[in-house]
Design a protein around this ligand. Structure first.
Ligand code: IMP
Length: 199
């Protein structure tokens, strides 16, 4: 059976994609399971560019269909910062309590829908024939006035989702997974790959 590689070393993402791709007629394996250890420079300007860079690099090493993702938080008032620099914002090792407080402070005086923001996830599939497919999923919200919630990670305590009346950090993980930007993008990619596979 042909294999699809997911270019990540994050086990949580692997578990999520394996669950979403259940029933797909190709096995999904991680870079580790494929025996690939590549350090890829994510120097793209958009989530899609970064996902494509990673997916192409691993596809070129293996010849297999390769998926990769890139995600982050976009705040409209800050010209979409921290964006593709979400993990690196204020330094990779800076605690998120500081990153979150800094972003809240930078929105001082900004009210209501002007605080609009979203989690974005782009997924790219690099195919051996050189074709590239991309999908994008989002969770739309506004930046809260203080951190709230003990679930999740990263910027979860500051993205308030009006539809649910809470931040993603207050959502039970199983509830957040149902609406997650990564889940949306992955399911869209699964459907695109099904179409591609049945051509
Ligand atoms: P990566 O795509 O795994 O490199 O994630 C990029 C960064 O975006 C993470 O380190 C977080 O700072 C942020 N991020 C992405 N998705 C989420 C989320 O669901 N909750 C909180 N922060 C997130």
């Amino acid at each position: 059976m042909d294999k699809i590689i997911f270019a990540t070393s994050n086990q949580g993402k692997m578990d999520e994609i394996k669950m979403i791709m259940e029933g797909f007629p190709m096995e999904i394996i991680s870079m580790k399971e494929a025996g690939i250890y590549a350090l890829i420079d994510e120097n793209g300007k958009t989530f899609e560019e970064n996902a494509i860079i990673k997916a192409k690099a691993v596809m070129e090493l293996t010849g297999c269909i390769t998926l990769a993702d890139d995600s982050g938080l976009e705040i409209d008032y800050l010209d979409k910062e921290p964006g593709v620099y979400s993990a690196r914002y204020l330094g990779e090792d800076t605690p998120y309590s500081i990153k979150n407080k800094t972003l809240i402070d930078r929105l001082n005086g900004v009210e209501g829908s002007d605080r609009s923001a979203r989690f974005v996830c782009a997924i790219a599939a690099a195919l051996p024939n050189g074709e590239v497919l991309t999908t994008r999923g989002t969770i739309e919200g506004i930046i809260g006035y203080e951190e709230k919630g003990k679930f999740g990670f990263g910027y979860d305590p500051i993205l308030y989702v009006p539809e649910y009346g809470m931040t993603t950090g207050e959502m039970l993980p199983e509830d957040k997974n149902k609406i997650s930007h990564r889940g949306i993008a992955l399911r869209m990619m699964r459907d695109k790959l099904f179409d591609y596979n049945s051509k």
